[in-house]
Design a protein around this ligand. Structure first.
Ligand code: MTE
Length: 320
């Protein structure tokens, strides 16, 4: 993501350190670590993945074959080292810093206009839900894309658990707030915590998914452990990470990016190749890993599943 009022700390994707340069640097560091040269230097390498996640025994889960891809899966090594997680920095190589996030104990609060308000331990939540794997495309508003095997459960099942009351129209999602581990949250010009929103109808669409795992393992921290949203027909910024609260409300939530720059990042954020971002086209995308350019698809290729949600909407900016 970058914003119109560009400041020195905001890196556009094309200005970020190229992966090849970064990987080289890492190879050098790894070599030094292997030789013991880093010992005692305070630069010890941190692991890229959560090894001691108590839910590890649950994965891999059975794949739901309904969701097929039109492209290869993105290699785990690539997808897990090129992330947006502004809580840990405004560049793509946040994975080492993200390892500081403590993901247990972790609770998720369901509140607002619901019959069953509750704060539930994440492992209790995961154990209640029918886990499955889904292969989904992911399209970032910055015009890069990947294809990822998420594990988790339908958001509709969580909505059922909460029991929305008549009048509840939206879900407002919130990420943790802890500047002591997430140094990005010390940057007061961002409206922390990260917030996102969906309509109740979108949240109960079959595609809306809560990911608790990826690549056949619990979610690595940089992907938004222990629970994140996945809405593959929308730009990636809707996929809020490390959720602690979901509030059911009759008020449309104002999301993190909408609050920062509402003329560029709206509530709906549905993928549409014919509607350019104010500063770049959205007609094609760069595939992570191969750098192939592909034509972007309406609703990121999920038109059949989601177009009905928007067919009677007039005057809404559905594609930003
Ligand atoms: N959630 C939080 N809490 N913080 C973030 O910075 N970035 C968003 C989204 N969810 C973000 C977030 C953006 S811009 C994208 S493209 C996706 O996460 C990136 O997901 P990935 O790192 O798993 O590819």
């Amino acid at each position: 993501m970058n914003i119109l009022k560009k400041r020195s700390w905001d890196l556009a994707e094309r200005e970020a350190t190229p992966e090849s340069v970064f990987l080289n640097r890492r190879q050098i560091l790894a070599g030094l670590a292997g030789s013991g040269a880093l010992l005692g230097s305070g630069l010890g390498l941190r692991p890229a993945f959560a090894e001691e996640d108590p839910s590890a025994g649950l994965y891999p889960v059975k794949r739901n074959e309904v969701y097929q891809l039109d492209r290869d899966l993105t290699a785990e090594e690539i997808a897990s080292k090129y992330n947006n997680f502004y809580e840990f920095g405004s560049h793509k190589q946040i994975w080492p810093a993200a390892q500081d996030l403590k993901i247990r104990p972790w609770t998720v609060t369901l509140d607002g206009m619901v019959d069953n308000p509750q704060t539930i331990d994440v492992d209790d939540l995961i154990s209640k839900m029918p886990l499955e794997e889904r292969l989904y495309r992911h399209r970032c508003v910055e015009a890069w894309s990947m294809a990822v095997p998420w594990s988790g459960f339908a958001l509709a099942d969580l909505v059922k658990l909460a029991g929305p009351q008549t009048g509840a129209k939206y879900l407002r999602f919130e990420t943790f707030l802890d500047p002591s581990v997430a140094s990005g949250q010390k940057q007061s010009w961002y409206p922390w915590p990260y917030v996102e929103g969906l309509t109740l109808e979108e949240a109960t669409n079959e595609l809306a998914f809560i990911a608790t795992g990826v690549y056949g393992k619990p979610l690595a921290k940089q992907f938004g452990a222990p629970v994140r949203l996945v809405t593959p027909w929308k730009y990636g910024f809707k996929c809020i990470k490390s959720i602690v609260k979901i509030t059911f409300t009759d008020q449309r939530p104002v999301s993190f990016w909408e609050e920062i720059q509402s003329s560029e990042y709206g509530f709906w954020a549905n993928v549409n190749p014919s509607v350019p971002h104010r500063r770049w086209p959205q007609s094609s995308e760069r595939v992570l890993g191969t750098n192939e350019r592909r034509n972007t698809l309406l609703y990121n290729g999920y038109e059949e599943q989601v177009a009905y949600l928007y067919k009677d909407m007039k005057g809404e900016l559905l594609f930003m």
